[in-house]
Design a protein around this ligand. Sequence first.
Ligand SMILES: Cc1ncc(COP(=O)(O)O)c(C=O)c1O
Length: 247
Amino acid sequence: MNLRIPGPIPVPDDILALMSSPMINHRGPDFKDILYRVTAGLKQVFETQGDMYVLTSSGTGAMEAAVTNTLSSGDNVLCASIGSFGNRFGQIAQVFGANVTMLNFPPGYAVDLDRLRNELAKAPEIKAVLVTHNETNTGVTNDLEGICSVVKGEFDKLLLVDGISSVCSVPLRTDDWGCDVVVSASQKGWMLLLALVSGLGLRMLRLKCPDFILTFHSIKNTTKWDSRHGLPHYLLFLLLTTLLVKY
Ligand SMILES: Cc1ncc(COP(=O)(O)O)c(C=O)c1O
């Protein structure tokens, strides 16, 4: 049998060596340098001038943060789903209290732009659209550029993108295409560059957010050196310095 699954994969020697390096002062100048370098490097990968946040969480955690930081309970949301991760995005928004309309496509198919357009045309109350760029369990990659041109270009809705298995694997031009939030996670497409850690939720944002604990606003403070807010996971940042050089 030839089983093709997205991991586990071999971890390169330089990454293994970094994993056993001694702890540094996480409030000292060395970490400051790492923090700034990683944030700048990730912006290049995401092709964005927008804010970049690194979360110590799973990809699902980053999806949830994307929802809770941009939507309010009672908002009308359209979830264009082509599989189980798309369904999960809709479920997260539903649990949060949004009125979610599911626009489901059969397994193995991508989002049909005409159906998406029709759905948005008949429901002007929709505030945001949720979409998965690459549906990992079927291997189908959506035409995200086309989706952006409908959602942003024709209807100017908020667009939240699950790029967990697409960032680093296929082109995703966050700013050029007009995505508002893009979520990725280090154990997916990042493996193609290298291989490594799981547990980092990465995302960018170009919106104003509410200001309370564990929001983008407070996370942003962790990337300001003079802040006394909680710091993100040091070791994962260290590994990202090596990964980004190889990108
Ligand atoms: C497209 C997509 N979305 C979401 C997830 C969930 O990510 P995590 O398992 O890190 O929570 C995955 C993981 O396989 C995924 O491939």
